[in-house]
Each structure stands twice: as structure tokens, then as C-alpha cells.
Write a protein that binds this ligand. Structure first.
Ligand code: PLP
Length: 433
């Protein structure tokens, strides 16, 4: 599952003790396990072995650190990108643009031009007007742009509203009933080459049923597109969920143990067993676009307790990470397990909060924690996806550093920001000087 484990009373990432790392590199600190990322990528890749022509396109919006991208490029992965900036990161990290698919409802002209020049595999188109724009840019460059239309299958993903994407309430894709007509129009455009079809129904999906339902719903259309346009690929998107529930229970007698109540989740095998039989008969190249599954449980956010404060109502554990570092709890009502980096005795019940001047700046409410004290370190687990990438400088807080661990080695793969970084690019209006 992941490589964060207790060894001699200390939490380790692979062979590196996190407390020593936190002292050396400071906090808040994102720490990623190379082995976990590799393992998750390979588990998915191998689960799809019965689809001889498949490509795992890592949805890099989940974690776009250059070292993570290089690692996945080295493993043979492609990338699901949502902006020109993400493509720039791929290219810079040594990834192959010919393995990139470009999603997103708001592609600008210059983004389309850049992606065409880089030779991406496919534009995953989200609206009819977007096809017109892609055609225009391609014609001006004397090219044909490879496209796939993103089908909106109108299927409930059974996940949080903010990460549901495949229903008609959402801005994504083209309604399944309209897709055939949009392809027909696209086929007549001189700058467009129809290459495939795509869908993505949402994120943090923890059962296989919504995937099966969406694929089944799309199949007749996919077959029709194959017959009409000889399409070469079908991307079924990402969205495979991970376990955020505690896999470990802390502060119990004997300290941590496996939590018997941790929910079972969607394994790559389960996913593949249900999906592959539907797709294999098509003979198409199959793409999947996992983000969270690959990096989510491969990262933690390490933070230091600044104060333990009691009010007549409750206890607050105030840490040095804030919602600017990890916004998921307040944005998605998400749960992150919070564990101390070293063995402690006893427990307390507290709200774990950051230093930011917002009541929404919390990581947990009324949580039973190890009895931590000022100066102790905590790790927020499962913070590798949609963690650092959503960080901001709110409250003029420098962005955290990121570290990649590989066995007993570690590398700082992003420097902590300095105060000078906070004001880079700002200037006074000339009339204020
Ligand atoms: C966000 C996104 C993904 C990845 O979602 P995960 O839940 O992280 O796997 C895949 N495809 C598209 C088009 C996306 O927008």
C-alpha cells in the first residue's frame, strides 16, 4: 500500500526517519516515497496487461513536481495535462509530449498552439466551440490536430460534489446524446484529425460500479466511432479512489496497530477484472488517467506543533502547516490521518488547526490524537495528491519544501520559498514612488 511505517518507535518514509528529516529540512514539509509512487504505477500498469495496447497517463494536476514527473516518465507513463503550464513542466522534466493528452474546458489559443507545436497525442475536447478553435489554430500552423471528444455519460460517480464530473450538472465534456453529431461536424474540418474518444466521471471513486456503468453506457457509441472514423484510442479517465481512513490506529495500547475498521477500497486488480473484459474486444488502445491513486498515499505533510491551547470548550493543537499548505479538509471535507512522528504515551481529543486567520483553517475536529506537546512533530498522511499543488501564499506564507525519498536517500525536490519569493514580481505603482 504505502511505505510509511513505524520502525523502532519512529515513523519512517522508506528508510528515512521523518523526525530527523523534519529537523534537517524544517516544516511544513511534504515528503514523497519514490517506491510507493513506482509501486502504484506498476500495479495499475500490470493490472491492464490483458490490454496489450494501453497507456497510463498520469493526471499530473494531482502532483506536478518535476521529480515526480521524471520518475513517472522513466516508468513509461504518459501524462494527462490540463494547461500549457503542465505541458511545459512535462517537457522540462524530460517527459514525452507524444504521450500527453490535453483536457480542460477553457483551452486558450496560445495553449492550443503550444500543444500542437509540441506534438501532443490528443486534445481531449470538452465543447463544440473548442473544436472550432483547435481547427483554426491548426490550419494556421498548417497541421491537423489530433482530437478525442470527452463524453459526458451522465453517470453519478458516488463521490463528493466538488469532484463529480460526469453528470449534466457539471461543466465537463459533451452530452453523450450529442457526441455523434459533434464528431460528424469535426470530421469535415481541415485542421482536425479524429483520433479517439475519452471520458472521466469524477475523482475518489471507491467502488468499481460507476466505472462499469459509464463504460457500458459509452460502448455502443465507441463502436460506432470506430466504424465511422477508425479511431485508435478510448480513454476511460482517472478517478480511482484511495483509502484516507486510518490504516493505522495510533495511541492505542501497544501504540500503532492496523485499524480493523479501515474500509476496503478499489484495488487495481478489482478495477481491471471488471473493466478489461468490456474493453478488450474493442481492440482499441486504452488510456487511463489516474492521479490520486498514484501519488495520494505516497506523500505526507510533516508539521510541527506550535502550541497546545485549551479553551473552556475544547483543546486546539496549533501546528505550523495551514490551509494554504493543504486545503483538502476545508475544500472537500476530507479526512487525513494525523500521526506523531515518534512514540508518545496517552491521548488527547483536539481540533488540529493551522496558524491562518480563518476559522476554516483546520485539519481535524474533535480528533483523538496522540498526546502531543509543543515542539512535537505530526504527519498528515495521504497528502501526496492535491496537496502541494493546491498550496497558496495566503497570509504571506512561503510555500513548503518538497522532499523525495528513495530508500535511505532523500533529495529536496523543491526548495522552501523565502520571503523574497513572496514579493517577486510585485512593484509599486510609478505614482506612489
Ligand atoms: C483530475 C482528472 C483526472 C484524475 O483524477 P484522479 O481522481 O486524481 O485520478 C483524470 N482525468 C481528467 C480529465 C481529470 O480532470
Amino acid at each position: 500500500m504505502h511505505d510509511f511505517r513505524i520502525k523502532s518507535g519512529r515513523l519512517h518514509c522508506e528508510g528515512v526517519a521523518l523526525e530527523a528529516l523534519a529537523r534537517e529540512r524544517g516544516t511544513p514539509l511534504y515528503v514523497y516515497s519514490q517506491h510507493t509512487i513506482t509501486d502504484h504505477f506498476q500495479k495499475l500498469d500490470r493490472a491492464l496487461a490483458d490490454l496489450p495496447d494501453h497507456l497510463v497517463c498520469y493526471a499530473m494536476k494531482a502532483n506536478s513536481n518535476a521529480a515526480v514527473l521524471r520518475l513517472l516518465a522513466n516508468l513509461g507513463g504518459g501524462f494527462d495535462i490540463v494547461s500549457a503550464g503542465e505541458l511545459y513542466r512535462v517537457v522540462r522534466a524530460g517527459g514525452d509530449p507524444r504521450r500527453c493528452v490535453f483536457a480542460g474546458v477553457g483551452k486558450r489559443e496560445e495553449e492550443i498552439r503550444y500543444a500542437l507545436e509540441q506534438g501532443i497525442y490528443s486534445f481531449n475536447v470538452e465543447s463544440a466551440p473548442e473544436i472550432g478553435r483547435i481547427n483554426k489554430v491548426a490550419v494556421a500552423l498548417g497541421r491537423r490536430a489530433p482530437i478525442a471528444i470527452r463524453i459526458n455519460p451522465n453517470v453519478e460517480a458516488g463521490t463528493h460534489a466538488k469532484i463529480t464530473t460526469g453528470t449534466y450538472e457539471n461543466k465537463f465534456g459533451i452530452a453523450i446524446e450529442d457526441v455523434a453529431a459533434v464528431y460528424a461536424r469535426a470530421a469535415r474540418l481541415p485542421g482536425i484529425r479524429i483520433r479517439g474518444v475519452q471520458m472521466h466521471i469524477g475523482s475518489q471513486i471507491t467502488s468499481v460500479a460507476p466505472f462499469v456503468k459509464a463504460v457500458k453506457k459509452a460502448l455502443p457509441l465507441v463502436k460506432k466511432l470506430q466504424a465511422l472514423y477508425n479511431i485508435e484510442f478510448f480513454s476511460i479517465g482517472g478517478g480511482i479512489g484511495i483509502v484516507y481512513d486510518p490504516a493505522l490506529e495510533s495511541a492505542t495500547p501497544g501504540w500503532w496497530r492496523r485499524n480493523p475498521k479501515a474500509r476496503t477500497w478499489l484495488t487495481p486488480r478489482r478495477y481491471a477484472e471488471n473493466i478489461v473484459p468490456l474493453l478488450a474486444p474493442l481492440g482499441l488502445r486504452v488510456l487511463i488517467e489516474p492521479g490520486r491513486f498514484i501519488v495520494g498515499n505516497a506523500g505526507v505533510l510533516v508539521t510541527q506543533v506550535q502550541y497546545v491551547k485549551s479553551t473552556p470548550e475544547k483543546t486546539f493543537v496549533i501546528v505550523d502547516a495551514g490551509m494554504n499548505d493543504l486545503i483538502r479538509p476545508i475544500f472537500y471535507d476530507s479526512y487525513h490521518q494525523i500521526v506523531p512522528l515518534r512514540k508518545t504515551r496517552g491521548t488527547l481529543v483536539a481540533d488540529v488547526v493551522g496558524p491562518i486567520c480563518e476559522s476554516g483553517d483546520y485539519f481535524a475536529k474533535g480528533r483523538r490524537l496522540a498526546a502531543v506537546r509543543e515542539g512535537d512533530y505530526l504527519a498528515l498522511l495521504s497528502a501526496g495528491a492535491y496537496g502541494f499543488v493546491m498550496a497558496s501564499n495566503y497570509n504571506s506564507r512561503p510555500l513548503a519544501a518538497e522532499v523525495l525519498v528513495n530508500g535511505t536517500r532523500h533529495a529536496v525536490v523543491r526548495e522552501r520559498q523565502t520571503q523574497a519569493d513572496l514579493v517577486r514580481g510585485e512593484s509599486l505603482a510609478e505614482w506612489l514612488k
